[in-house]
Structures are given as C-alpha cells and as structure tokens.
Design a binder for this molecule. Structure first.
Ligand SMILES: [Zn+2]
Length: 426
C-alpha cells in the first residue's frame, strides 16, 4: 500500500511536471517563435526600406550639397584642381536616424520627393553691364552660367573682355563675338576702355572699331567712318532707336552694281579706306567701324563705336539703288528735327550732311539730289554724335555705276567728303 501510494505520488508528480513544463512549453515556444519571426520580418523590411530611403536621400542630399556648394565647385573647376568638399556627407547621419520607427515607412515613401529632371537650376538674373573686365590668368569661358555647361575656351593668360552682365556668381562677357560666362570671383577688375590686349582677345571683332592716328599735324578732331553693310547681312532684329519697341534688321547686305555686280559693301569699304587715309593726312584721328568686309556689326553697334571713340562726326558711306535705272545723283541723310532719340544732334547733323553733299557734288560733278531727313535709320537714331549717311551715287544706274567703281572718281568723292568735314569743323 505505501508502495502503491508512493508510486501514485511519483506518478502524480510526473504528471504535474509534464503539465507544467512539457505541453505548455511546446505551444508557447511555437507561438513565441512565430511572433518573434514575424516581428523580425516586420522590423527587417522597414529597416531595409529606411536604409534604402536614406541612401536615396543621401544621394539627393549630395546633389543638394553640390548645388549649394556650386560656387566652390566652380572655383575648383575653373582652376582645374577639384578638391571634393569634405563636409558634403555630413547631413546624411541626421537623415538616417529616424529609421528605428517602422511605422514611418509609408510616410517616408509618400514624402519622398521625386527626383527633379532638371539637373541644375541656375540663377540667371544678370545686372546689365557695358564695360570691360580682366580675367585671372587661367579661367574657363563657359557657354552658360553653370559649371554643367560646356567650356567655350580656356584662357591661359589674363585678358580684358567686354562685359555685358553680372551677378555675384557669373559674369557675362563677349569673347570672339560669342556670349560666354566666367565665374565672377575670377574677374579681377573692371574698366571703361578696352585695351589692345582686350581687342586682340576678342573684346571686339577683328578688323572692327579700328582707331588710326596719322602722319599729319593733329587737328584735335576725331571722325568715325562707317563703311556701310558687310559680306553677309544680319536679319536678327534690334530696336530702331534707344528704348524703341520697333525692331529692324541689324544690318542688311546692301545693293550691288547692275553691270559690274560689285557688292555695295566692297565699294563702301574701298572708298572708306581712302577717306581714312585722306583724313589722317589732314590731321584727323579716325576710327573705322570696320576695315574688313566679313564682320558682323549691327547698325546700332556702329553708332556705339563712334560714340565710344569720342568721335565728333560719324560719316556713314553707302551707295544707292533704284528700280528706275535712270535715277542718279548724290544724297546725304540725317535725322529730322523731331527725332525721338537724338533731335539735339539735328542741327549739327544737318550741317554735316549739307557740307558733305555740297563738296562731293562740286568735286565730282554728280547730280546734287538732296539731304533726306528721316527717323527710320537705326544707325542714325542710335548716334550720339553728329551723323550723316552719304549715298555716293546709284549703282543701279549704268553710267553712275561705271564712275563709282573708277579709282579717280572715288578719289574725287573722298576729297569732297574730306572738304565737307573740314568745313563742318570750321
Ligand atoms: Zn547702303
């Protein structure tokens, strides 16, 4: 009996132990394992997500950092030594912190900004400038105001260039007749005048705005001669006058001889170069808007060359044409006394036009037509000094064309113009 009792007790204890540990433990473990597993899975997913997100954020951050330190990049870019900014990666540690909260996962995805397709927004506000700058010895001239744009040319020596725009990051200049951009901190100074260096560098086109002083006793007068037109006209538009909304082609290609086929721009240059030499011999300082045919100077730019040179007379040399081939003779042109832009120059311009017309016709025997007063000429409206256009004769008229291309006749025209200019300054 005690044996049986002892056995029962042992059996009871065994059952109790079994119930307490074995069965229950098994269920719990399973459940727990499941829970733990699912927990881990749930946690791992967001962790990976968050990590991935933060990586993308970091990349974006890097982009942002690149943008915000664009100036630094630009310096290094231009200097050809590109030290990576060391602090660019700093912000990502703060960005990576929130990843411990899985619930934020969907929000993060919603908040995540889509990458902008435009790589580099550029501040393109420029203050208009009309002067000259000098560059440091080694700068990149870029085609746009950003280091993302192509390099137009790398300047190895300091140059003086025409400046047309400025902001604290970028300076807009004209180089080789092309609009380029220089990182502003690489600009070392600003100037009112182009130097010869700057001219050579392309501050202006080769063969344009050429200043000549002469062999004669200086008479103190500066005259600007503008040989009309150029090899190729430029149909881009420019304002008819300062502040005008009316636009006109920058410069046309001119007429040509009916018989000879000689283009007007060539005749104009031939006579203008003769006039230059004659004026220099008489003691004038002469600035030529162009000394070659293949240039691209608008009519307003020609007027600006005269003004910039401090010319006291702006003589524009042209030849005429008409559908009626019998028409011939000489005209000069100036503004009206009511001109909106520079009527203050009317009296002097009219006087210049009269004296040149008189002397050219008396020297050549050509028909004296008239002084045409008109406000439709861009190069007159932009003039800042007394101006006249001389129409030397009609290339559409066979007889007059033959004279105009004759060397001796040209010389007589030139002496007439020079006499007219002398009279104007008396
Ligand atoms: Zn013309």
């Amino acid at each position: 009996m005690p044996f049986v009792l002892g056995g029962l007790i042992i059996a009871l204890i065994v059952v109790l132990i079994f119930m307490k540990t074995g069965g229950k433990n098994g269920d719990d473990t399973d459940m727990k394992t499941n829970t733990v597993n699912s927990d881990i899975t749930e946690e791992e997913k967001p962790d990976k997500k968050t990590e991935k997100d933060s990586t993308e954020d970091t990349e974006k951050k890097d982009e942002k950092a690149d943008k915000s330190t664009a100036s630094d990049d630009q310096i290094s870019d231009v200097d050809d030594q590109a030290p990576e900014p060391a602090d660019v990666l700093e912000p990502e540690s703060t960005e990576a912190e929130p990843e411990t909260e899985p619930e934020t996962e969907p929000e993060t995805e919603e908040v995540e900004p889509t990458p902008s397709p435009t790589p580099t927004p550029i501040a393109v506000e420029f203050e208009d400038k009309d002067d000259y700058i000098e560059t440091k010895s080694d700068v990149n001239l870029r085609v746009g105001p950003s280091t993302d744009t192509d390099i137009f040319e790398n300047l190895q020596t300091a140059k003086r260039l025409k400046r047309t725009g400025y902001n604290k990051d970028w300076t807009r200049v004209i180089y080789k007749d092309t609009e380029c951009y220089i990182y502003t901190p690489l600009v070392t100074g600003t100037f009112d005048e182009p130097t010869e260096d700057g001219n050579a560098a392309g501050g202006k086109q080769e063969g344009t705005a050429v200043l000549s002083t002469g062999v004669g006793t200086p008479n103190g007068h500066i005259v600007c001669i503008d040989p009309g037109h150029q090899t190729h006209g430029n149909n881009d538009k420019e304002p008819l006058g300062p502040g005008s909304s009316e636009m006109k082609a920058k410069v046309s290609s001119g007429t040509s001889g009916n018989v000879s086929g000689l283009p007007e721009y060539k005749l104009n240059l031939t006579v203008s170069l003769k006039l230059r030499d004659e004026l220099i011999a008489r003691g004038y300082t002469v600035v030529m808007t162009r000394e070659i045919n293949d240039v691209d100077i608008s009519n307003s730019e020609r007027a600006k060359i005269a003004a910039d040179a401090g010319a006291q007379a702006f003589i524009r040399i042209h030849a005429n044409s008409a559908s009626d081939t019998s028409v011939n003779g000489v005209e000069t042109i100036c503004m009206t006394s009511e001109n909106k832009y520079n009527s203050e120059l009317y009296t002097a311009s009219r006087s210049l036009s009269d004296s040149i017309l008189n002397h050219v016709t008396s020297n050549t025997g050509a028909k004296k037509r008239y002084v045409w007063e008109t406000d439709t000429m861009t190069g007159i409206n932009w003039a800042e000094v007394p101006v006249t256009i001389l129409e030397m004769g009609y290339m559409s008229n066979k007889d007059e064309e033959a004279k105009l291309i004759d060397d001796d006749y040209q010389n007589r025209i030139v002496l007439g113009i020079a006499d007219g200019i002398d009279e104007f300054f008396k």
